[in-house]
Write a protein that binds this ligand. Structure first.
Ligand SMILES: CC(C)(COP(=O)(O)OP(=O)(O)OC[C@H]1O[C@@H](n2cnc3c(N)ncnc32)[C@H](O)[C@@H]1OP(=O)(O)O)[C@@H](O)C(=O)NCCC(=O)NCCS
Length: 148
């Protein structure tokens, strides 16, 4: 299958929203997605296209030399095809382009698939936030990775 990684713009706002609604119990709302797409100073969103359809995306943030993975999702029927890896690799490339020394992220404690992915990229757990997530309630694990 032919996939392509692209930078996302306002054109993909609707498609991002559809992924959010399909994947997350507490999806980002349209206003939040619009805000991220417009915040060119701190944020960058990358997507993966299959036959012109957006099937996954990642939202990166950079503030004062610190990067963060704010969000990442692949539609369920496209999982297990290394697209998550491609997106994360592109996101970390962006962080390096912005000269970040470190990247953080938060993930649900029971999300073993995402945790495996992050750990395979060298992210290390550095903290926990009790009951951070809702629907269902879950702790957050904070991960960090040095980029240099
Ligand atoms: C997390 C997510 C983005 C991974 O996307 P994906 O395209 O399926 O991931 P990949 O195919 O690139 O797999 C990357 C790694 O994830 C892990 N992984 C993927 N599927 C897995 C599974 N079913 N069980 C365990 N680990 C798995 C593995 O470490 C895998 O590496 P490997 O293929 O070398 O073993 C996707 O599962 C998803 O959208 N989940 C729901 C939203 C979410 O949890 N987002 C992250 C938190 S915000």
């Amino acid at each position: 299958m032919n996939f392509e990684i692209i930078e996302l713009t306002r054109e993909q706002e609707q498609a991002i929203s559809e992924i959010e609604n399909a994947v997350f119990s507490v999806p980002f709302q349209r206003e939040q997605i619009k805000f991220s797409l417009n915040d060119k100073k701190h944020k960058k969103l990358f997507g993966v296209l299959f036959e012109d359809k957006l099937v996954g995306y990642i939202e990166m943030q950079e503030i004062l030399g610190e990067a963060e993975v704010n969000r990442m999702a692949v539609l369920s029927s496209f999982r297990g095809k290394q697209l998550g890896k491609e997106l994360l690799a592109r996101g970390l490339e962006f962080a390096k382009e912005r000269n970040c020394e470190i990247c953080f992220l938060e993930v649900r404690k029971n999300n073993s698939v995402a945790r495996n992915l992050y750990e395979s990229f060298g992210f290390e757990p550095v903290g926990e936030r009790k009951d951070y997530y809702t629907l269902p309630t879950d702790d957050a694990i904070i991960y960090k990775k040095f980029l240099r």
